[in-house]
Design a protein around this ligand. Sequence first.
Ligand code: NI
Length: 167
Amino acid sequence: MAILNILRYPDARLHKVALPVTVFDDGLRALVRDMTETMYAAPGVGLAATQVDVHKQVIVVDVSERRDSTVVLVNPEVVDASGVSDIEEGCLSVPGIYETVERAERVRVRAYDQHGKSFTLEAQGLLSVCIQHEMDHLKGKVFVEYLSPLKQQRIRGKLAKQLRKSA
Ligand code: NI
């Protein structure tokens, strides 16, 4: 297993669109293991392959308190969505920034696991928001891009400052 490097906003590679997984092999399962380890180490509640510069439709999520309920979603697709949720979101690619984005309260998602088995997941609340956030990453979208241009500019300034401090 390995801890992977997480891309930081506004890295242009976060805007790449991920391709569907077509082969469910050991390479995919190794990616899922590494992404899971990286998410827990960060620590975070979700990670999309895009964030570790792998442009395949793979997501790992765990919103449980005990951090023992990993959900792996390969080629996820929202088949139904309802309600409105406004839970505050953060992102491992945008450290220290928390903002509210309008999301569906409930989603039904169809996906595959890392072995190629298809399943349907009903999610609500934080899990629903987290899945929608990670699916946006696969489309090349970072959550702060829903905010006003002025807010985005402020966030980029804040992140640049963080980077200078840590350099
Ligand atoms: Ni994120």
